[in-house]
Each structure stands twice: as structure tokens, then as C-alpha cells.
Design a protein around this ligand. Structure first.
Ligand SMILES: *Cc1c(COP(=O)(O)O)cnc(C)c1O
Length: 388
């Protein structure tokens, strides 16, 4: 099997599994209890919190463990809005956010909030002037993702953060795709809130964290015990948190070399696709994109068909309509780039990891070329284009 869908999830690192196992076996103490067995769990959680805080230049008490990236996004938006009702009821976000942000914003709209969904340029970049124009006296929160999960676009995050700060507005960023791929410093980049998910950087599923700058007023997301400073109650997912800490450590230690390798392999793939397959375009920004992300549109055919045929060859990739596959509508991200629907349908996302190899990309290329030409032979749109 060749796994090239690392934006969807990543393989658990073997060292991460090794670190987690004792906490799924002998070290089962509840971190909130008082005896030695419990202290082992508590110390392991706090060790992970310290690693994560170091990774983003935050303080450990600014890290709140969650049940993943979606929960962190939900919490960030709801809590900032609830705690700042006196200031206003306006949120600014973009049309290309992950559904965890978009659908939370839609929920807020049903509860008295007004939301501006900013357009992006055709390469997926937010326009700073448009952001400034959207700000109202009632704006309480700007939520704009660091890097996009479909097209890999990296936003001018420091400029956005500066605009937010100048206007005294809280700034949340969904950093799920950025963590471990782009250096993050909440100090330098000026985030008030940052969402991260472990399973996107070779950690376990169902665990993540929300960074909250200490001055930000927050409301509890889960009411109950005193865990996570009383804001996210419930006995912690000890093994998950320990695994996330280890994965974060590995991600930081390996980032430089790994990212360079991913970027070179990505550019090799993009170069070959452009050279060897006609009627194709790269979606997103040529330079401001995640090191492992390549997103193409193949004209005249459907991305989903390519995905299914590559699957039969043992290759895992994703199409631009994966999240909405059941609904059979093209991705909201690709539509926000202003591309015609039929081009959006032909999209294919290949996302590499540090373990991806040139041999894997070479095999992908052989199969992809065959599949694309096979599908085009059956495509009436292609026939029409050729004038037959
Ligand atoms: C995967 C992803 C999420 C959701 O994270 P989960 O841990 O799967 O809930 C949110 N935002 C982005 C950008 C993602 O890629």
C-alpha cells in the first residue's frame, strides 16, 4: 500500500505507540487521585503539556487538552463569543475554513451572531484589505486558518494577527495542518487561540489541544470536574495525551530535514504531473503552500473516479469532494477559489509525509497517467472538447 493522504490522517509513529502502551496497561491511575499510581499519570500529562508549550513558545498553563481539532475549533469560537458578549456579536472568518470552524460559525449565526465569510483570491490567500474592511465596532473574533487542509495554502498569518491586535479583536487560528510543518510561535505570530490535532502529526486520533493566551477570558467547554483548569472537565485521555506529547517532540526534532524532503518530493511530483499529463492545473498557491501538499484539477474527468481507481492499485489519495462525497458537491474550498464546477470535480489531493519516497511518487505517476487517459477516453466532455 502507498499512503499519500496525510492531510486526512497520519500513521501512528512507532515510538509514539511505545510511549502510550504503559498508560493503556499498568499505569491506569486517574491523574486526579492522590496516590503514587495516579501521580504517574498526572506527571505524564504535565510532561506532555510542557513539550507542547515549548513547541509553540507558550506557557504550559495556556495549553488545554481536547478531544481533537474539531473540539478545539468549536471551543475557541463558542467560548470567546460567550465570554465577550458585552463587546459585540460579529465574527470574521473565511470561506475556506475547515467545517469544524464553518459549521460552528453557522451555529453562532443561529444564536444571534453575525458572521462575515471572507472571500479568498484564486490562489486561496486572504486579502488583508478585505479583512480590514470587514471589521466592525462589534467584531469580537477573527478565526482564520493557518494552512488549508485541501489546497495547502498558507495565510499571511502575522499580518492578520497584527490587524486583529490593532483593533483589539481576538484572533483564533486553526493550526491543525500547520503544526509540525511550519514553525509556530504564539509569541511572534501573535495568536490568542490556536487549535491543533495529534493525528495529523503521527500522534493518536481523538486528542488535540487548544492554546489560549492567558489574558483571554474563556468559558468552560465541558462542565464537571476541575480538570484542565476547570474549563474542560472529564478525566483526561492519558494515553492519548502522552502520545501527542511524544509525537510533538518527534515533529519538532525532525521538522527541518523532514519538511525539506517533503517539499522536494512535492515539487518533483508537481513537475512530473505538469510535464506528463495534459489539461491539468495546480490548485492553491505555488509558493505559499504546505510542504507535503499537491492539489490538482484534471480537466474532463472526476477526481472521485481517480481516487477509486488508484485505490484498486493500493494507492490512497483524496479528491476535492471527499468530505462531501455523500452529497456529491464539489469542495467548498475549491468553489471559493472561483473555479468552474466541472474543474473542481476533477480535483485530486496528494499529501506526503516525511516517510514518503520518490519510488512511491514514481509508482503513483505510472498509475495516474494510465487512469487519467483511461477515464478521458470515456469522457464525453473530452470528446466534445476534441470536437468529435
Ligand atoms: C483534520 C482537521 C481538523 C479536525 O481535526 P480532528 O482532530 O479530526 O477533529 C480541523 N481543521 C483542519 C484544518 C484539519 O485538517
Amino acid at each position: 500500500m502507498i499512503y499519500l493522504d496525510n492531510a486526512a490522517t497520519t500513521k501512528l509513529h512507532p515510538f509514539v505507540l511505545e510511549e502510550m502502551l504503559p498508560f493503556m496497561n499498568g499505569n491506569y491511575g486517574n491523574p486526579s487521585s492522590l496516590y503514587e499510581l495516579a501521580t504517574i499519570s498526572k506527571n505524564a500529562i504535565e510532561h506532555a503539556r510542557q513539550i507542547i508549550a515549548n513547541a509553540i513558545e507558550a506557557k504550559p498553563e495556556e495549553i488545554y487538552f481536547t478531544g481533537g481539532g474539531s473540539e478545539a475549533d468549536n471551543w475557541a469560537i463558542k467560548a470567546v463569543c460567550d465570554a465577550n458578549k458585552h463587546k459585540g456579536n460579529h465574527i470574521i472568518t473565511t470561506k475556506i475554513e475547515h467545517h469544524a470552524v464553518l459549521h460552528t460559525c453557522e451555529y453562532m449565526e443561529k444564536h444571534g451572531y453575525e458572521v462575515t465569510y471572507l472571500d479568498v483570491g484564486e490562489q486561496g490567500i486572504v486579502d488583508i484589505k478585505a479583512l480590514k474592511k470587514a471589521i466592525r465596532p462589534t467584531t469580537v473574533l477573527i478565526s482564520i486558518m493557518f494552512a488549508n487542509n485541501e489546497i495547502g495554502t498558507i495565510q499571511p498569518i502575522e499580518q492578520i494577527s497584527q490587524v486583529a491586535r490593532e483593533h483589539g479583536i481576538y484572533f483564533h487560528t486553526d493550526g491543525v495542518q500547520a503544526f509540525g510543518q511550519i514553525p509556530i510561535s504564539v509569541k511572534k505570530q501573535g495568536f490568542d487561540l490556536l487549535s491543533v490535532s495529534a493525528h495529523k502529526f503521527h500522534g493518536p486520533k481523538g486528542v488535540g489541544f487548544l492554546y489560549v493566551r492567558s489574558k483571554v477570558k474563556m468559558q468552560a467547554f465541558i462542565h464537571g470536574g476541575h480538570q484542565e483548569r476547570g474549563l474542560r472537565a472529564g478525566t483526561q485521555n492519558v494515553a492519548g495525551i502522552v502520545g501527542m506529547g511524544k509525537a510533538a517532540q518527534i515533529a519538532m526534532d525532525t521538522m527541518k530535514g523532514r519538511v525539506k524532503k517533503e517539499r522536494e518530493l512535492r515539487d518533483y511530483l508537481i513537475g512530473r504531473v505538469y510535464k506528463e499529463i495534459p489539461y491539468v492545473r495546480l490548485n492553491g498557491h505555488p509558493r505559499f503552500r504546505l510542504p507535503g501538499n499537491a492539489n490538482f484539477s484534471f480537466q474532463f474527468i472526476e477526481g472521485e473516479a481517480i481516487v477509486l481507481m488508484l485505490d484498486m492499485e493500493g494507492i490512497c489519495v483524496s479528491s476535492g469532494s471527499a468530505c462531501t462525497a455523500g452529497l456529491h458537491s464539489p469542495s467548498h474550498v475549491l468553489m471559493a477559489l472561483g473555479m468552474p464546477e466541472e474543474i473542481a470535480y476533477g480535483s485530486l489531493r496528494v499529501t506526503l509525509s516525511g516517510e514518503s519516497t520518490k519510488e512511491e511518487v514514481d509508482i503513483l505517476m505510472i498509475k495516474l497517467k494510465q487512469i487519467v487517459s483511461q477515464l478521458r477516453k470515456k469522457s464525453s466532455a473530452y470528446e466534445m472538447y476534441l470536437g468529435r
